[in-house]
Design a binder for this molecule. Structure first.
Ligand code: T1G
Length: 701
């Protein structure tokens, strides 16, 4: 065998053990080792074979780092066919997360035993693929078409018990898996259990209309993504073709996706998310402070959501508000959110109760004295934040981490309000905080390394995706959002409508159009921010005159029932309102703007390239560590389609020469103030290089 796969006879059972930390990915060495072992089992005295994994999990799938490179033999589907063809019983023993090609390996075995704590999943669609090692042919044969499609289209794991209900697992045990699996294998031998090849089973017939329904559902749910529909096509072949032909078609469709831009983008996001957790110059072994008790200042929407985020990760939380009435309001937001989580099936009633009991309330700063971490989440008033931090400096214990959830304010100025700036950091959550995955960890000039390391690790513990940012107005995400929103408003006043701007961006793949996002966040937020600025600091009035006019009409967005759209009080469903177009036309007249037709391509390029151009500046200034961090921020915090990889990856996919040409065209049409190409864009386009290549060189620099 080899260093990754061992094979030993345990009495009459040949045990193949895969040991490829951290997740037993099926690398070429692992595949070769398994092949050697299964061939050795043919010639020895074994009566059956058991395949298991060392470490924390059964194989979590193919080795994604090999994708995009020339495939190396043995190819996984061929290896699995050889396992299945064995004349001796082959049993798989599952623990941890048996995912993707890992579970497909188990499906090629004749029987499957799993620990009750194990989960089984086929997450390939999240990589722009589908199970390409027999999964689309074998799962329908065991679980039926509908359950198979649901498993492969959602990419979500199921429990071992649920897998057993579906016929995907034969036995579920608790305790010591290896012993139980050996005993089970011997039981099968003693009972004369047959070699049971899934490929020899038939798929239960289904009504042909089912595939039409599934195609419609998947096209709607996976808006723009091709992998789920290709998976469906492959499953359909399982009903009409012999296994070998179905497998061949599966392979062809799979390789087509592997070569495609969507899978390339999704694999980029997979690794970018994990790379973001690594801080250059901060050793992995940097000590971390122990966080047991968390304090939250402010019981508004954000404070409540953050409190829930920590409680949901088993941290006791104390929420502080200025008086009993405000505290009661804050805790009622939490209660309402937990009721919603239970109604939506995100949490069971008992889980919600257990989490809710971890959240207590106070109006007394002294109650924060034992907190290891306190997060300020009050509204964006710099003076108020500094006063709060001055008080925290007095009442919190030495070594407590003092964090601000500010979206824009200067973390260094907030830190300067304390005598312990090294303990101050930004933890910027995204609303709704208990749902959105992104967490911007804002490193102040004096933030201590152990505080930063603690907060990056804590981000993962509370099931967020942490990305470090330097200090600037809006950090990474909101800073880039400024030009993005600006271009959306300019397209409006120059000739478009809220519906057409939103439709262009949603068709392109954004989760929500920028005009609707503005209504969701509240048009008064920008209005108030501009009021605090001098007239000449507010920027081009064409980019906010309409929005301000709506605020002055009392149309603040969803919160007031109307903004650029009107919203049903109950369902919050939005409708167009002809009043708004009139406001837009009047604003254009007042500013001497001659309205014109603006097509979707121009809207998309102006909004997306404004993100690219500003993002490259954010990288050049060192606010973001690397371009892929920007992709993680936009995919997980701003609804950028993961199957386009994020603003930086997308710019490479288009070609930087084309992006620069379009940005230069916009500069010539709309002015240098908004459209001067970022120096890095000019440099890389001139060199015929890519952002990815530049980032790789910088990482190895
Ligand atoms: N291949 C290569 N590396 C992987 C990997 C994989 N499949 N899964 C994880 N890693 C690395 C990851 O990059 C990180 O590296 C380390 O392992 C720990 O991961 C033919 C084609 C299993 C739930 O999509 O969902 O099979 O940063 O930080 O939070 O049909 O990893 O330490 O250097 O995520 O405990 C299908 C992807 C592949 C599973 C564990 N399988 N992995 O989560 O650790 S395609 C997947 C995960 C396939 C077949 C198809 C998670 C996890 P580093 P981590 P974690």
């Amino acid at each position: 065998m080899n260093s990754r796969v061992s094979y030993e006879l345990v009495e009459t059972v040949g045990v193949i053990t895969i040991d490829n930390p951290p997740v037993n990915a099926l690398s070429q060495a692992v595949r070769a080792g398994i092949l050697d072992a299964i061939r050795a089992s043919r010639a020895d005295d074994s009566k059956a074979v058991l395949i298991c994994c060392a470490g924390r999990t059964f194989s979590a799938g193919a080795d994604i780092s090999e994708f995009g490179k020339p495939p190396q033999e043995p190819f996984l589907p061929d290896l699995l066919n050889e396992i299945e063809a064995s004349d001796k019983l082959v049993v798989a023993a599952l623990h941890g997360t048996a995912l993707g090609g890992g579970f497909e390996t188990a499906l090629a075995c004749h029987y499957r035993i799993a620990l009750d704590s194990a989960s089984i999943g086929l997450p390939e669609v999240k990589l722009g693929l589908f199970p390409g090692a027999g999964g689309t042919q074998r799962i329908p044969r065991l679980a039926g078409v509908a359950a198979a499609v649901d498993l492969m289209a959602s990419g979500k794991p199921i429990t071992a018990a649920r897998a057993a209900e579906l016929g995907l697992v034969d036995k579920v045990v608790s305790g010591e898996l290896r012993e139980a699996a050996l005993a089970y294998t011997n039981e099968l031998l003693a009972a004369g259990a047959p070699v049971r090849r899934v490929s020899e089973l038939d798929v239960d017939p289904v009504d042909s209309s089912l595939f039409d329904e599934l195609r419609t559902t998947l096209a709607r749910r996976a808006r723009g993504q091709i992998a789920p529909l290709k998976m469906l096509e492959s499953v359909q072949a399982a009903l009409t073709l012999p296994f070998a032909e179905g497998l061949a078609q599966e392979r062809e469709l799979f390789l087509e996706l592997m070569r495609g831009s969507q899978s390339n983008a999704l694999r980029h996001v997979f690794f970018a998310e994990r790379t973001a957790a690594k801080i250059r110059g901060l050793p992995r072994e940097t000590p971390r402070r122990e966080i047991k008790q968390v304090g939250i200042i402010g019981g508004g929407t954000m404070g409540g959501g953050i409190a829930m985020t920590f409680a949901n990760a088993d941290f006791p939380v104390v929420m502080l508000e200025i008086n009993d009435a405000a505290l009661a309001r804050g805790l009622s937001i939490v209660d309402r959110n937990y009721d919603g989580s239970v109604k939506r099936g995100k949490l069971s009633a008992s889980q919600a109760t257990a989490c809710r009991e971890l959240i207590s309330g106070t109006t007394d700063y002294a109650a924060l004295a034992q907190c290891d971490l306190v997060i300020e989440a009050v509204f964006e008033d710099p003076k108020l934040k500094q006063d709060i931090f001055a008080r925290l400096d007095k009442c919190c214990k030495d070594g407590a981490i003092l964090a601000t959830n500010t979206s824009y304010q200067d973390v260094d100025e907030i830190a300067a309000a304390t005598d312990r700036p090294e303990d101050v950091i930004g933890l910027h959550f995204f609303s709704p905080a208990h749902i959105m995955k992104l967490l911007e960890v804002v490193r102040g000039e004096k933030t201590a390394d152990d505080v930063l390391a603690t907060c990056m690790a804590l981000g993962k513990k509370i099931r967020k995706i942490p990305v470090m940012s330097g200090v600037c107005y809006g950090f990474i995400g909101n800073r880039m959002l400024q030009p993005y929103f600006r271009e959306g408003q300019l397209c409006l006043i120059e000739g478009s409508t809220p519906e057409r701007v939103d439709a262009a961006m949603q068709e392109w793949g954004m989760a929500m159009g920028p005009i609707s996002v503005g209504d969701l966040a509240g048009l008064d937020v920008g209005y108030k921010a501009r009021e605090a600025l001098a007239i000449d600091e507010r920027g081009d009035p064409k980019s906010f005159r309409v929005s301000d006019a709506l605020v002055e009409m009392g149309r603040l967005g969803q919160k007031s029932g109307a903004g650029f759209y009107t919203y049903d009080a109950e369902t919050r469903v939005k409708s167009s309102d002809p009043v708004v177009l009139e406001v837009i036309v009047q604003a254009a007249k007042a500013l001497d703007v001659e309205r014109r037709e603006i097509d979707a391509d121009e809207i998309v390029d102006r909004l997306i390239y404004s993100l690219v151009n500003e993002g490259l500046r954010v990288v050049e200034e060192g606010i973001a560590q690397r371009p892929s961090d920007i992709d993680v921020v936009y995919v997980y915090g701003y609804g950028f389609p993961a199957w386009r990889g994020g603003p930086m990856h997308y710019a490479d996919a288009v070609g930087l020469d084309k992006v620069l040409a379009r940005v230069t065209e916009f500069r010539d049409r709309f002015g240098a103030a908004n459209w001067t190409p970022a120096p890095l864009l000019q440099k890389l386009a001139a060199e015929g290089s890519t952002i990815e290549a530049w980032a790789a060189a910088a990482a190895n620099g």
